[in-house]
Ligand binder design. Structure first.
Ligand code: HEM
Length: 158
């Protein structure tokens, strides 16, 4: 069963699904898959997929990250994923399960599978770490500004 993130906090509620949950959604009526640790319900998209239905049925109920990346999907295709997003893969099923995720309640199905090998590499970004996306360019601009001032002052004095 799916579990939600624990008590309150400022983070928005995320629904977690185990690989077992996703595996159950694998029929002509319902098709879920995992890409980069995120769970997508692409039932309504199957018929529209430019790459055909067959490839999606092959990945149904499983981690499709590798095949999705192998095709080299466009930015548009990646943007499309958002509309089919239903939740994140439960950290217990992620290879890169970090300590901070320990606060998330364990799901019954994955709790019983200690040492299992069918885990997935999850690249779900921590929203709090998104500051790095603007900090690095900001520092680069600052350094370039200082270099500019230094060199222009240097050339004026000589
Ligand atoms: C569920 C998420 C997926 C979405 C939203 C999606 C979307 C798209 C889109 C929009 C295209 C057109 C080309 C492009 O814009 O890149 C495409 C092509 C294609 N996709 Fe997907 N796709 C998904 C999953 C997959 C998976 C799991 C496979 C597995 C192999 C796959 C295989 C292909 C193939 C073979 C093509 C044709 C590429 C070509 O003809 O150049 N797709 N897909």
């Amino acid at each position: 069963m799916a579990s939600s993130e624990g008590s309150g906090g400022e983070e928005s509620q995320v629904t977690y699904y185990t690989l077992e949950d996703v595996k159950k959604r694998n029929s002509s009526k319902e098709l879920w898959l995992v890409i980069h640790g995120r769970v997508y319900d692409i039932t309504s998209f199957v018929e529209e997929h430019p790459g055909g239905e067959e490839v999606l049925f092959e990945q149904a109920g499983a981690d499709a990250t590798e095949s999705f990346e192998d095709v080299g999907h466009s930015v548009d295709a990646r943007d499309m994923l958002k509309q089919y997003y239903v939740g994140d893969l439960h950290p217990d099923d992620c290879q890169n399960h970090s300590k901070k995720d320990a606060a998330i309640p364990s799901s019954n199905s994955s709790r019983t599978r200690r040492g299992k090998t069918n885990t997935v590499l999850c690249l779900v970004q921590d929203p709090k770490s998104s500051w790095t996306t603007w900090l690095i360019p900001a520092v680069a601009v600052l350094i370039l500004g200082l270099m500019y001032r230094f060199y222009s002052a240097d050339s004026r004095s000589s």
